[in-house]
Design a protein around this ligand. Structure first.
Ligand SMILES: [Zn+2]
Length: 393
């Protein structure tokens, strides 16, 4: 696909969703949603609002052409990586009796269909992430709680050179996670609207691959650096991805939903499938960016509470969310509570009971056993494997 064909496909997808939202939601609110395309050579998307919560919504979502071009090229390369079978043995060792990635991609969809569906899933998720910021008026929220005067929220820090910290960073991080949550909810509704029965399972896998490609692109080739307190404008992309996975499998494993979608999806199979998607994207990302013969610690998803620093980090995030949630509920434009970030009582109790978790370096597996054993295999198998194959991709 040429770059112009990528821009064309992205433009059609985004315009179509935006028109549906204008006709279905914004018209009823007397509001307006418009799309901006920028030729700036950065990988960026953003959300702009008048931030006047007493007036009808005046919202804009912006994309750079470079963002959609880069995401498509990443996805195209990832699909080639899976198709070329170069890591078949590694995948068989990692995923054993679970569905293998190429089968999940290619059994129900043609090569063209799964590549474009993955791209559409990825840019749709980005679009809905920006919509999540606007729907909850996060610009207004940040101004009220941080004393700032921003009118737009960017996914890369083109306007702010200073590194934000403390409360300002915590508000920024939690609103990013809240936008992720709204985005995943919107995307799941779209998935189950478009795909049912046997086609739904591979569609979930393809969507998960798409958002993993986006988040690994945002993460880059850097090692994961432990973050016990929020710093900067955005959470680490791996933390974001890791927090979205439970939302996907918890929602889709609700038994009452299965009659509607014509397929039974067990929680365990969804966890494994989501992990297969994110792990293969992580492997692909590691290979195309490979520099040293060493696997970066914590580069793959490992379950939110197993990640170093997350107990302290999540405690701050939850406290900050509890502070701003009542205001968000009053300004949120549309949507059910299922799109609103929430933390279970189980998680809250757990965090309260293990304040020194990180210091003691304990491992809490909870419901994420597959993460631990696969991580061990990755550590053992991949090092020699990466050395021999990364240059071939
Ligand atoms: Zn954002």
């Amino acid at each position: 696909m040429t770059n112009y064909e990528i821009y064309d496909l992205a433009g059609n997808v985004i315009s179509s969703i935006a028109n549906d939202l204008q006709n279905g939601i914004y018209d009823k609110l007397n509001g307006e949603l418009s799309i901006i395309w920028s030729e700036e050579r950065s990988v960026n998307a953003w959300a702009e609002s008048s931030n006047d919560i007493n007036k009808p919504a005046c919202h804009k979502i912006g994309f750079t052409y470079e963002l959609v071009r880069q995401i498509y090229r990443d996805i195209e390369s990832y699909c080639k990586y899976i198709e070329c079978n170069i890591d078949n043995k590694l995948f068989e060792t990692l995923f054993q009796d679970d569905a293998q990635p190429l089968n999940l991609l290619a059994t129900h969809f043609s090569k063209e269909a799964y590549t474009s569906n993955m791209f559409i899933g990825a840019i749709t998720w980005i679009f809905f992430h920006e919509l999540g910021h606007l729907n909850q008026e996060h610009g207004y929220i940040r101004n009220v709680f941080n004393g700032t005067t921003i009118s737009s929220i960017h996914e890369c820090n083109i306007n702010t050179k200073k590194l934000i910290k403390g409360k300002e960073s915590a508000i920024s991080h939690v609103t990013e996670l809240a936008a992720d949550f709204e985005a995943v909810h919107f995307c799941i509704l779209e998935l189950i609207r478009q795909f049912k029965g046997d086609n739904l399972k591979p569609s979930i896998f393809i969507f998960m691959c798409g958002i993993s490609c986006v988040l690994y692109r945002f993460h880059g080739a850097n090692p994961f650096i432990k973050e016990e307190v929020p710093i900067g404008s955005h959470p680490n992309p791996l933390i974001r991805l890791e927090n979205m996975v439970p939302q996907i499998y918890e929602y889709l494993s609700i038994p009452a939903l299965h009659k509607v979608i014509n397929i039974e999806l067990s929680r365990e199979s969804l966890v494994k499938m989501c992990q297969t998607a994110s792990t293969t994207v992580g492997l692909f990302w590691l290979k195309i960016n490979y520099i040293k013969p060493k696997i970066s610690d914590n580069f793959f998803l490992m379950g939110p509470l197993n990640r170093p620093g997350m107990i302290s980090y999540l405690s701050i995030i939850i406290k900050t969310w509890d502070e701003i949630e009542p205001t968000i509920k009053t300004v949120r434009r549309t949507g059910t509570k299922l799109g609103l970030l929430n933390f279970t009582e189980e998680l809250r109790t757990l965090l309260n009971n293990i304040p020194n978790y990180d210091n003691k370096n304990k491992v809490i597996l909870l419901k994420y056993k597959p993460y631990k054993c696969r991580r061990k295999i990755i550590k053992r198998v991949i090092i020699k494997d990466v050395k021999s194959t990364y240059l071939s991709i």
